[in-house]
Design a binder for this molecule. Structure first.
Ligand code: ZN
Length: 433
């Protein structure tokens, strides 16, 4: 069994990769300068011309692109091709303000299929697999991206989309699904409902899951693997850059970036300085092969670190750390920077609690305060008030010890936190009301 979908790219030497990236970058810069007035203007503002960029090292001279640039140029003012060349349009959820609209040419869709095929192949998915795609189909790029990738490999696809959890379980059981695609929080929702219905997922043919679209921890991954009896892989991506498929995890649990499509940098989100390997900051990506809407130095808002290592899987593609959170999710609690995933990490240390929790941030006088509500396991909840208070105090002490915040911790009855079918809503910031 071959290990790689595209061995030539996935195991290329650094020199080969950089040479390819440099050629593609020059084409992209010229394409944008000539086709997108927004970039022509940005280049003029920065006082540079395409020819001033003489190597990959000159990339920091290029202007950034931000989410507000995309919103401001709603709907398709950053599109670099005429309408007749557009094959698909996707959009971000846009909970605040206008959605970001992302066009694709058929060439873009072909490249997207390739990126996703590499990801699914790395998870051991082959043409004999039956893939249940429980990512939302529609404007959210998760559904289509996974669809194209599994289609490229030649799998059987069940496009269940998200929701209707009991039907998901019915199909997992009756159609012999071997691979499941969804958000990690929805995977847990499915696992939990299956347990209530008395369906033992571990006894079904299901053997692998590919998850992403929200930050999750190593411990949550383990929990999904144990409850479903599968091996869990991760795919990273964002609609603005294409969708899922920017990076994918390998057998050694490292996320490799599809660097022939995406040139990654990590910057300090405040000073905008490019950071050295393994230093944490905001991920910035330049699209190298997009036609419809290539973006230069797009600020993803995702916090990660990059490194070049010799991975056990044999891939040479740059490794990115699992995303720790988003620059805009980062909570500043009385001057301390806190990511919701750090809190989740601590909650998962406790055997007395389940994986469902909510973080509430509010003002107490002039101070920012934080309250953590987490569901207790049924056998703990039934032990009564004294036991509950004891666990609450231990969690609270641990949060203070590790993150340095004083949080009010409440154990809730199992099943009392609303379940998610897409991305889980973990943080309720009451300061913004
Ligand atoms: Zn690897």
């Amino acid at each position: 069994m071959t290990t790689y979908w595209n061995e030539k790219v996935e195991t290329a030497s650094r020199e080969e990769l950089e040479e390819a990236q440099w050629g593609l970058l020059q084409e992209t810069i010229r394409w944008l300068y000539e086709h997108v007035p927004f970039y022509t203007e940005r280049f003029h503002q920065c006082g540079i011309k395409p020819d001033d960029i003489k190597s990959l090292e000159d990339i920091p001279q290029l202007p950034f692109t931000t989410k507000s640039d995309l919103r401001y140029h709603y709907p398709l003012h950053l599109c670099a091709v005429p309408t007749e060349e557009i094959a698909l349009i996707q959009a971000t959820a846009g909970t605040t303000g206008k959605p970001v609209v992302v066009p694709y040419t058929s060439h873009d869709l072909d490249r997207w299929s390739e990126c996703m095929a590499r990801a699914l192949w790395s998870a051991g998915i082959r043409s004999s697999d039956i893939c249940q795609n429980a990512y939302g189909y529609g404007l959210f790029s998760g559904g289509m991206g996974y669809h194209y990738g599994s289609q490229r490999i030649g799998c059987a696809i069940i496009p269940t989309s998200t929701g209707r959890t009991e039907r998901q379980i019915l199909f997992l059981r009756d159609l012999g699904t071997t691979a499941l695609f969804c958000t990690p929080s929805y995977a847990l929702t499915i696992a939990e409902r299956a347990e209530t219905l008395g369906v033992d997922l571990k006894r079904l043919p299901l053997r692998v899951g590919s998850f992403g679209a929200e930050p999750w921890t190593q411990k949550m991954k383990k929990e999904i693997e144990e409850r479903m009896g599968i091996k869990a892989y991760e795919v990273y991506g964002l609609t603005e850059m294409m969708g899922p498929g920017v990076a994918f995890s390998c057998e050694a649990c490292r996320l490799h970036i599809n660097e022939d499509y995406f040139y990654p940098e990590v910057i300090d989100p405040v000073t905008e300085r490019v950071l050295p390997e393994w230093e944490r900051g905001e991920l910035v990506i330049t699209a190298l092969q997009r036609q419809a809407m290539p973006l230069l130095r797009y600020r993803t808002g995702d916090i990660t670190a990059l490194g070049r290592i010799r991975c056990e899987c044999g891939r040479t593609l740059t490794v990115m750390e699992r995303v720790l959170g988003r620059t805009d999710d980062m909570l500043i609690i009385s001057g301390v920077n806190v990511f919701p995933s750090q809190i989740e990490d601590i909650l998962l240390e406790f055997e007395e609690t389940g994986p469902h929790y909510q973080i509430k941030v509010f003002k107490k006088g002039y101070l920012d305060s934080i309250a953590v509500e987490v569901e207790a396991k049924a056998e703990i909840y039934s032990l009564g008030k004294e036991k509950i208070a004891e666990v609450e105090n231990r969690i609270s002490a641990r949060l203070n010890q590790v993150i340095g915040i004083k949080a009010q911790v409440t154990l809730l009855e199992p099943g009392s936190i609303p379940r998610s079918e897409g991305k889980a809503k973990r943080v309720i910031d009451e300061r913004k009301r």
